[in-house]
Design a protein around this ligand. Structure first.
Ligand code: PMP
Length: 349
């Protein structure tokens, strides 16, 4: 049986959150001289002389409505990378606890584990980039606090089978972190609709991909109210800046535009899926539920450098075990994709 108190670091359970000036005063006032701000104003514009809402109430309410969850089930981070790091600091005792991830996958799970002095167990995805569930469960130790599953997975692009995820959610007594950074490009539904069924489920999403706001740094973790209040307790008080809160709120009103962009990106992706295999340098295009394609080519380093010469930067993943010979290519605009295709067609090995 999952017991949150059993897996949270004792110091985190015991500690008190930082109490900000605006936490300590509630009510109406006209003179705010409680937070050492610059009351003359800001060189950046209206409002920016004031600290932002540390609880991001308006933003959470708006996200809750769109996503069909309760505001108390949402944590907002300075990118989902912040949520990843906080999850480590919430449950993993440095030098003692461990996490499990499934390479080839997103690199920050490992970086955060190393930074927090958390042991790293890795179970390689299968040849079709699925989760070998039995192997994962066999690798779980009493010190394993977190399992990271990225779906759709970066850099392979595929979604992870739902039964595998469900088995792990039901069998593992730590937190299962599903990273859904690319979920908006997938056909399968998000796991956030299952939060009430699994107290050990944490779902990560981000505004950096489909929403087109990578520069603003806004990521979400969805989980039980208990998990979210612990994450809120240990986060830096003003982790989401005022500009981000305002701009994200505005963009949340434009869900039609979002759907339009997603549709266009998915269409462009499918064009590339059809076109790239016709090139003689391309050996395989892996199926993708994301806004990028993993492409196996005959000479990955050669093609990578050739594309660079043409002013086109892709991600060379050929050195990654499980991705030998592969480049990861983000879906661009129609024009950019045509440019890529032309350049690849002109590459001779
Ligand atoms: N998860 C995955 C799978 C990603 O690929 C990325 C960004 N490349 C992130 C999380 C981090 O996203 P954010 O910009 O929200 O920090």
């Amino acid at each position: 049986m999952f017991n949150l108190e059993k897996i949270v670091r004792p110091n985190v359970l015991k500690m008190k959150a930082y109490s900000s000036a605006r936490d300590e005063f509630k009510g109406a006032a006209s003179v705010f001289i409680d937070a050492n701000e610059n009351n003359l104003g800001s060189l950046a514009g209206d409002n920016y002389n004031r600290y932002p809402d540390p609880h991001q109430k308006k933003l959470k309410a708006s996200i809750a409505e769109i996503k069909g969850v309760r505001p108390s089930q949402i944590f907002l981070g300075n990118g989902s990378d912040e949520a990843i790091d906080l999850l480590f600091r919430m449950v993993c005792r440095p030098g003692q606890d461990s996490m499990l991830h499934l390479p080839p996958t997103y690199g920050m799970y490992e970086v955060s584990a190393n930074l927090n002095e958390v042991k790293l167990d890795a179970v390689q995805l299968t040849v079709d980039y699925q989760v070998p569930v039995q192997e994962v469960l066999e690798q779980v130790k009493p010190t394993t606090k977190l399992i990271f599953i990225c779906t759709p997975n970066n850099p392979t692009g595929n979604s992870i089978e739902r039964e595998s995820i469900e088995t792990i959610l039901l069998s593992f007594e730590g937190l299962v972190v599903l990273d859904e950074a690319y979920i908006d490009f997938a056909n399968s539904p998000s796991w956030i609709s299952r939060l009430d069924e699994f107290p050990n489920l944490v779902v990560l999403q981000t505004f950096s991909k489909a929403w087109g706001m990578a520069g603003l740094r806004l990521g979400m973790a969805y989980a039980s109210e208990e998990v979210i209040s612990l994450m809120d307790k240990i986060k830096p008080p003003y982790n989401i800046n005022q500009a981000t809160q305002e701009l994200a709120l505005k963009s949340l009103q434009q869900t039609e535009q979002l759907a339009y962009m997603v549709e266009e990106i998915v269409q462009e992706r499918e064009m590339l899926v059809q076109a790239l295999p016709t090139l003689k340098t391309v050996e395989k295009v892996y199926p993708s539920d994301a806004n990028f394609l993993l492409v196996k080519v005959k000479d990955a380093n050669g093609l990578y450098n050739y594309l660079l010469e043409k002013g086109i930067v892709v991600r060379n993943r050929s050195g990654l075990p499980g991705c030998e010979g592969c480049l990861r290519i983000s879906v661009g605009t129609t024009e950019e994709n045509q440019q890529l295709f032309q350049a690849m067609a002109n590459f001779s090995i």
